[in-house]
Design a protein around this ligand. Structure first.
Ligand SMILES: [Zn+2]
Ligand SMILES: [Zn+2]
Length: 404
């Protein structure tokens, strides 16, 4: 192991005192990472070194069908505060049935590898008090990578915690059906920046009508080495992948250095959907927040549920100029733009219940949306890079249910 374990301290307040987001600590991290314990090319020590360089607060390793990283004692705190911060390492597994059926589940907070079929992997994860996320649920066949595609197919099953709304590698490689396309997407990955699959967003919205379901961003890092004639290329190095799609977790208490307590705080934020995902190549989203405010002053964070009452307002805070879209029950209901020269004037009212409104350029980065009825609301944020709006931040929903 390259890095000596150290004490606590990755957390940082998200915003200025008094602001809603100052109630939480925002932990930036990456999940869905493979090492040499399965089909990744790097050791755990190499992954940890890359994650410390990236400035992450936590990582969750998920090798296929084993918890060898955990058995090796890799879980814990790494890095010195003096050298740029400290990072928590946790180990879960990506349960993958044999063969090519797909149905991969990221299982975390467990001590035993779940049985390798879809119903049992969900059940075994739950029975151990763990949490499970459908991995790359809309993965496409990629003949050029020799991959039949590994989507989730068992939509008849329930009991999982959430799903990977955005799997970086799966999205990046979707549609790369010729070698020139692969090479160009490899050399200019920022230009090819595909966001979450529309199918995954649609499923997430549909499931959210029925129950809370956490959306996470995974990177699926393997750092695969491929040979092209005399050259060897790494697709992509850990250092690159770790700086792309991150999942930011919000905790009410700071992490303290006690592994089991800190692990509970991290897993609880994931379980309850108090998190958002963001592509860091488009900017640092730290401080982002999205929440509900009631007329009484009570609030609900991302992932929380509240019965509808008059006077409710959804609020958002975006730390950089961007274009934001409010989604209600799967449809766009409002759009804001604070980017110079962006398209901000479109009338995009589509959901039920709310009056038609014109979106207008933002003076500040604070968003406000008075509610006229219940719905499942989430925020998507885009930033212009290389002349096009690129997917940047995806909040988890706030669930406003009809009054019983
Ligand atoms: Zn997988
Ligand atoms: Zn994977």
């Amino acid at each position: 192991m390259t890095y000596a374990k150290d004490g606590p301290g990755s957390s940082r307040p998200g915003a200025e005192p008094g602001h809603f987001s100052s109630r939480f600590y925002d932990h930036r991290g990456a999940l869905h990472i493979h090492t040499r314990y399965s089909d990744g090319s790097g050791t755990i020590g190499e992954v940890i070194a890359a994650a410390l360089q990236t400035g992450l607060d936590y990582i969750i390793l998920t090798d296929h069908n084993n918890l060898d990283g955990k058995a090796s004692g890799a879980e814990g705190w790494y890095g010195r505060k003096s050298s740029g911060g400290k990072m928590l390492v946790l180990v879960g597994t990506e349960v993958s049935p044999p063969g090519q059926e797909g149905n991969h589940l990221l299982s975390m907070g467990i001590d035993h590898v779940p049985r390798r079929n879809p119903a049992d992997m969900i059940e075994d994860t739950g029975q151990q008090g763990g949490i499970g996320f459908l991995a790359h649920p809309d993965d496409q066949p990629r003949p050029i990578f020799n991959s039949p595609g590994y989507p989730w197919r068992r939509w008849d099953l329930d009991g999982f915690t959430g799903m990977e709304v955005w799997n970086f590698f799966s999205s990046w490689s979707a549609g790369l059906d010729t070698l020139p396309k692969v090479i160009s997407a490899y050399l200019f990955p920022g230009l090819a920046a595909a966001g979450p699959p529309a199918e995954s967003l649609a499923r997430w919205d549909l499931l959210g009508l029925r129950r809370r379901i956490t959306g996470v961003g995974g990177i699926d890092a393997h750092a695969l080495k491929i040979r092209l004639g005399p050259l060897t290329a790494t697709v992509f190095p850990y250092r690159y992948m770790l700086g792309t799609v991150n999942t930011h977790l919000l905790t009410r208490q700071t992490l303290c250095g006690d592994l089991s307590r800190d692990q509970n705080l991290i897993l609880e934020a994931l379980a309850s959907g108090r998190c958002y995902l963001a592509d860091h190549r488009s900017g640092d989203p730290s401080g982002f927040s999205f929440w509900l405010e009631c007329a009484s002053g009570e609030t609900a964070a991302m992932g929380e549920e509240a019965p509808f009452e008059p006077g409710m307002i959804l609020r958002g805070m975006i730390p950089l100029p961007a274009q934001a879209v409010l989604i209600k029950d799967g449809g766009m209901v409002r759009r804001w733009c604070s980017e110079g020269g962006g398209e901000g004037g479109n009338d995009t009212q589509r959901g039920r219940g709310e009056r038609r409104r014109r979106s207008r350029p933002l003076v500040r980065t604070n968003l406000e949306f008075p509610l006229l009825g219940p719905g499942v609301y989430r925020l998507e944020v885009y930033r212009t890079r290389f002349r096009r709006p690129r997917p940047w931040i995806f909040s988890n929903p706030v669930y406003i249910r009809p009054r019983a």
